[in-house]
Every structure is written in C-alpha cells, then in structure tokens.
Design a protein around this ligand. Structure first.
Ligand code: SF4
Length: 286
C-alpha cells in the first residue's frame, strides 16, 4: 500500500501535560494510594500504562459518585475537567488533589462561569455522557443548556435576552458551525464563542484535505475518544471517503483495503505514537 502519513496527528499539548502530571504524582508519592477519577485521557493504552505505574482507575461516568470510591490518598482529575462540585467534594473528603485539566478546557470553564455571572443563559454544544460537558455545565447549573442535535436547539425555550453559545473542545468543526448557526437563527441576539481547540481543528482540517488524495483513511484511537471519532466522521462526511477507527493494527480488516491503492493514516490527540507507527508499518508491509 502507498501510505500517506497525515500531519498533524497524535498527542496534543493537553494530553502530554496530563500524562506528565500523573507520572510526576506517582513518582513523588511512592507507595501511596493514587487514583485517576475516570480515564486520564481517552485512550486505553495510556490508561493501562498509568495503572502499571501505580495509578488506579476509578471507572465511573459520574465523577461525583466516583469520588465515593476514594477514601483517602490522591485523586487526579482528568484532562476533560471536573465541575466545582467535584472539587469541593474531593477537598471535603480530605483528598490530595491533582488537577490535570487541559488548559483549553479551563478556558471554556472560565468563559461559561463569567457569562453566567453576567446574567447570560449559555447554550453549550456537546455530547451527552461525555465528562467535559459535565464539568463545564457544573460551573453554572441551571444556566447552561446542553444541545447535541439540531432537534435539541429546536426544543430550547430561553426567555433571557442575553444568550451565548459555546461548545465542547473536540467536536467536528463543521457540525458545530451548523449548530451555532441554528442557535443564532432561533435567537439572533446570541453571542457565539467557538471553543473547539486548535489541536482538534488542525487534525480535522489536515485529515479532510489529505483524504481527498487517498482511497481510504485509518484513524488510530480508542472508541472513547471524542476527537478520534470526529476524525472518522469528518473524513466520511466532508471528503466522502471511507474511514475507520482502529485501536491497534490488529483491528484493521483486509477487506477494507481491497482494491485500494493509497491509505491515509492519522490519529487522535490521545493516541500514543508507537501505536500509529505500528499501523503505518503494517500497512506499508502489505
Ligand atoms: Fe486539550 Fe484539545 Fe487536547 Fe482535549 S484535544 S486535551 S482540549 S488540546
């Protein structure tokens, strides 16, 4: 196969910093109980490695409930961020807190908090069940309206004259623009704050552009990873090329490649480089 290595791909600054913070914590507190409250970043291989470094996983989608499983020691908040209620509860339990929230997510928290304090209702475009919206919405409960699909926008009933719209950092650039447009059509006075992070934007734009020169695109990343799944989505929807998500080279099905000459390879922002390298080597050897 002719393999096109799409750049940029792989680790973003938020993932690098979160992993560094977690490993430094384990090194600084040998023998102590250290837990990550959810997957530090959404990649199973990274999480496995951290567990081998002595950092246990509390696998709970609800961060507040997850804290009930931690009696003592250190808790690491993941790159996706947590709500103030989670921070308060962890502090009240006397836990040692390590906050590995990505700085780009912190910006969205601060934005939503500021808007709510200034009297705005905030429409937040995000994915239900993902920890990032849970944390951001927790900055101003009752003032933030989560919308995932166009129908959610249609169902909004906001009486406030002051309305703002913002979004999760790892969504599709194009879907989010359409959602923001829909909100502004319904409420023309809406102020828009697009918070898709630079890493997500760069990877999506590069993948769509490169896909035009490929017959198929393989995205290396875990099923939990929002930004990895969005890479598959944007290649399919914008470049109209087949695209598949694989965790490792073992997930590649030869039938996908039949009759194809050129395969593009990219990876999510939390995918370790060696996994992507293995996929590239596998494809080049075909
Ligand atoms: Fe931060 Fe974006 Fe990376 Fe998420 S994908 S950790 S928001 S830089």
């Amino acid at each position: 196969m002719d393999v096109l290595k799409i750049t940029p791909r792989g680790y973003c600054h938020g993932v690098v910093e979160a992993i560094r913070a977690a490993k430094q914590t384990a090194k600084a507190h040998p023998g102590e109980k250290i837990r990550m409250l959810g997957y530090l970043v959404h990649n199973t291989h990274v999480t496995d490695e951290l567990q081998q470094n002595g950092i246990d996983l509390v696998d709970s989608d609800n961060r507040l409930e997850g804290l009930d499983q931690i009696e003592s020691g250190t808790v690491i908040f993941t790159a996706h961020g947590v709500s103030p209620a989670v921070k308060d509860k962890a502090a009240a339990r006397g836990l040692n807190l390590v906050d590995a929230t990505c700085s780009d997510v912190v910006v969205t928290h601060d934005l939503v908090k500021d808007l709510a304090e200034r009297g705005y209702d905030v429409v937040y475009v995000g994915r239900r069940g993902h920890p990032e919206p849970e944390g951001v919405i927790g900055e101003a409960p009752g003032k933030v309206h989560l919308v995932q699909d166009p129908e959610d926008v249609d169902a909004l009933d906001i009486k406030n004259e002051k309305i703002a719209v913002t979004c999760q950092t790892t969504l599709s650039i194009w879907d989010t623009a359409a959602m923001i447009k829909r909100v502004r059509e319904k409420y023309p006075q809406t102020e828009a704050y697009n918070e898709i992070c630079r890493a997500t934007q760069d990877r999506q734009e590069a993948a769509v552009e490169a896909a035009k020169e490929c017959d198929i695109v393989i995205v290396v990343g875990s099923e939990r990873s929002s930004n990895s799944k969005r890479l598959v989505q944007v290649v399919r929807e914008l470049a109209h090329k087949p695209a598949y998500l694989v965790d490792t080279a073992k997930d590649i099905k030869l039938e996908w490649l039949q009759g194809k000459q050129r395969v593009g390879v990219t990876s999510g922002a939390s995918t370790p480089t060696q996994l992507t390298r293995q996929v590239i080597e596998y494809l080049e050897a075909l």
